[in-house]
Each structure stands twice: as structure tokens, then as C-alpha cells.
Design a binder for this molecule. Structure first.
Ligand SMILES: Nc1ncnc2c1ncn2[C@@H]1O[C@H](COP(=O)(O)OP(=O)(O)OP(=O)(O)O)[C@@H](O)[C@H]1O
Ligand SMILES: [Mg+2]
Length: 215
């Protein structure tokens, strides 16, 4: 019979981000996906402190849609909202010369007819304020739970961001400024969990402390 294993998402993300999770020092990973954000501090192959919040890219898209509805009286679809987020979205307000703009189409809420408007990166930053504040609080709550020795390690090495939502412009800067801990987006951050799961499966013996086996 085939054996089954369970690997927790932050552990997989950390392995996929090339974090040496087995070492005694503390590592922080913030995996931000579509549905949830999982924040964990890992040491000696295990999770020392963590939280998971239902804040992710899908909620960002909804928030953008609601903001545009309110401000411009324009209804847009979810795909359009995601498109705006990816093309011009920023977690922090961009400097004047760097602001981004985009024409989008939707349905006018008053006339019911199609209409095109021009939205800016500031619109997105504004729309995401609640979600971003929630994310910052969650990251801080994990830092508060972290034992002092490991906090010092995390301060030295910074937190590593993975998952698709970590690709939002300036997400690293926002988290670094809000917490005082440096933040870096992992290489190929969208693929960290899949890559980490693969590496763990191929090296079961070395990762056995970090994986649960399910019967
Ligand atoms: N360049 C980008 N900028 C901002 N967001 C992005 C970018 N690319 C992808 N995303 C968002 O990343 C999210 C998907 O990320 P990911 O694939 O890590 O999620 P998931 O693992 O499927 O979700 P979960 O971990 O919550 O189960 C989507 O909301 C998508 O809009
Ligand atoms: Mg994920």
C-alpha cells in the first residue's frame, strides 16, 4: 500500500523558498495565497509560532470591486478586479512620478450601460487598506508569540514572503516598514509550496521531523 504524508503549507513554502528549516535558528515565512495568509516561525524543522488568517488575493479582488463601485458607480467583474490588482496594484502609495493607471470597462450602475474609466494605483492601495492592515496585525501577532532568541534570528535574516499575493507591488516594503523586520519575496514565490512539497517527498528521510504520516 502507498503511504500518505501530510505537510503543512508554511513548511512546504519554506522548503520551496530554500529556507534551511532544520537549523536551530528561527525563520519566518509569510505565505500569502488566494484564500488565506499563513504566517509561521520555523525552527528545528517544526512550527514554533503561527497564525492563519482568511486574508488573501480573492478578498483583495472583492475589495477592489467594491471600492470601484462606490467611487465610480461602476460594476466590474472579478477577473477585471484581479487584472487591476496585478497590473497596477501596490501595497503602498506610489510616488507621484511612478503612479500607474489603467483603463477598465464595466457597467454603469446608474445608466446600466457599459462605460470605461481610468483607475490608478492609488485607487487600489486605498481599496486594500483594510485587508493590508489585517495582514500586518497577523504578522505582528506571530512576532509577539516568537521566543526572543528566534526573534533575534528573524531580525537578522528577515521574513520570507511566498505565494501569489506576495507579488503585489511593495508588499515586502509594507511589511518591513510596519514591523521593523526586513522582508524579502522568495524566488518563484508562486511556486514555493509545490516545489517544497516535491523536495520534501523526494527527501522524506531528511524531512521526517517536519512531515506527519497519515494512515
Ligand atoms: N503579480 C501578482 N500581484 C498580485 N497578486 C497576484 C499576482 N500574481 C498572482 N497573484 C494572486 O495570487 C493569488 C494566488 O496565489 P497562490 O497560487 O499562492 O494561492 P493558492 O495557494 O491557490 O491559495 P491558498 O494558499 O490560499 O490556498 C491570487 O489571488 C492571484 O490574484
Ligand atoms: Mg497556497
Amino acid at each position: 500500500a502507498k503511504a500518505a504524508y501530510i505537510i503543512r503549507e508554511p513548511i512546504a513554502a519554506a522548503i520551496g523558498a530554500d529556507i534551511p528549516i532544520g537549523s536551530a535558528s528561527g525563520h519566518m515565512i509569510v505565505d500569502m495565497g488566494g484564500g488565506t495568509s499563513e504566517i509561521a516561525v520555523i525552527s528545528l524543522g517544526g512550527i514554533v509560532a503561527n497564525t492563519s488568517v482568511r486574508i488573501g488575493g480573492n478578498k483583495y479582488d472583492t475589495a477592489i470591486g467594491e471600492y470601484i463601485k462606490k467611487k465610480y458607480n461602476l460594476a466590474i467583474g472579478e477577473r477585471t478586479a484581479e487584472d487591476i490588482k496585478i497590473k497596477i496594484g501596490s501595497a503602498q502609495f506610489l510616488p507621484k512620478e511612478e503612479k500607474l493607471f489603467m483603463d477598465i470597462k464595466g457597467r454603469d450602475m446608474i445608466t446600466g450601460l457599459p462605460r470605461t474609466i481610468n483607475v490608478s494605483s492609488d485607487d487600489v492601495t486605498e481599496a486594500l487598506q483594510n485587508e493590508l492592515q489585517g495582514l500586518i496585525s497577523a504578522v505582528k501577532s506571530v512576532l509577539y508569540q516568537t521566543p526572543p532568541e528566534l526573534s533575534a534570528d528573524i531580525m537578522d535574516k528577515g521574513m520570507v514572503l511566498s505565494g501569489g499575493t506576495s507579488l503585489l507591488r511593495n508588499m515586502d516594503k509594507l511589511l518591513a516598514q510596519a514591523t521593523g523586520v526586513p522582508a524579502y519575496v522568495a524566488d518563484d514565490s508562486l511556486l514555493c509550496v509545490a516545489r517544497g512539497t516535491g523536495i520534501a517527498l523526494e527527501n522524506l528521510e531528511s524531512y521526517k521531523r517536519s512531515i506527519l504520516s497519515a494512515k
